[in-house]
Design a protein around this ligand. Sequence first.
Ligand SMILES: O=C(O)CCC(=O)C(=O)O
Length: 328
Amino acid sequence: MYSDLCALLEMIIMSHVSEVAEFQSCSCDTFQAAIYPLNQPALLKGLDLGPALKLWRSPDYLASRVGPKPVKIHVSQSPKMDFVSKNFLYRTLPFDELVHRCSDPGQKKEYFVSPDEVYYLRAVGDNPRKDIANFTTDYPSLVSDLILPQFFPEDKLFSSVLRVASPGLQLWTHYDVMDNLLVQIVGRKRVVLFPPSALEDLYLKGDKSTVVDIDTPDLEHFPRFSNAERFECEMSPGDVLFIPALWFHNVTSLGYSVAVNSFWRGLDDKFYDSKDTYGNKDPPQVQRALQMVDKAMGLLADLPDSFREFYCQRLITRAKDKMTNNVD
Ligand SMILES: O=C(O)CCC(=O)C(=O)O
């Protein structure tokens, strides 16, 4: 009975899955003219990424190039990192030790919580509250190994982020406000993407979906989740995934994984929060608008339930009408 249900669930979900479009050896001009304007994820293959593809395959090489630089990491007992139950800790490890623990998990002599714990490095600047991750200045000994694709104007680059993960690590579904080029260097990765239009089916909390298990979701709690259109791809070393701003993505490292992604500003600077160091803060205009919604809901708080629900629906209808210019 349970397995029948799972099979049915899989069928429902699979009916909404599309493959991410692939492009071979595309140039900057092709990207700008034919790929970027589609506002769809794209898997770019065959780009020249430099010697990192070969060199970083050796964990010893990567570890010794950077050495014991302390890095802040997520540590979790479960490979499915869950920001709702917060099943992870923040800890610091020397970079070389992190690489060894991720690349050869059975060999670790020390651990924080349990021998089978998993690790995730999402590099941050020296002072994460103020500094933006910059692969070039934060990891100077690795720079000459890697050619990052320059498909956007140089002055639109926001950050470049080194990512190292244990086998199996799954990062929750979230969106970023910047366009993103994710460069996979070591290991394979499964990426599931949902378009911005799936927002209502993803049960968001801030920029993250609260549906942690995207393959066998709890449809009693999240009945709309199976409606969400999804795109999927598997990245191999050397693949570059274009993730447009506001596209939700959920990433699973199928083995020990090393990647670098770069975030780019696609809009005018005034649409980005100057205090954002991660590339995931909503535009300042949107933050103010959301505060106003909270205030508006506060004004309705004392009404009896039936009135509150009715007028809440009226606010939603009014916002939708404004969006399509039906209200003056
Ligand atoms: O590849 C990863 O580890 C996560 C990528 C990601 O979430 C991003 O680039 O925004």
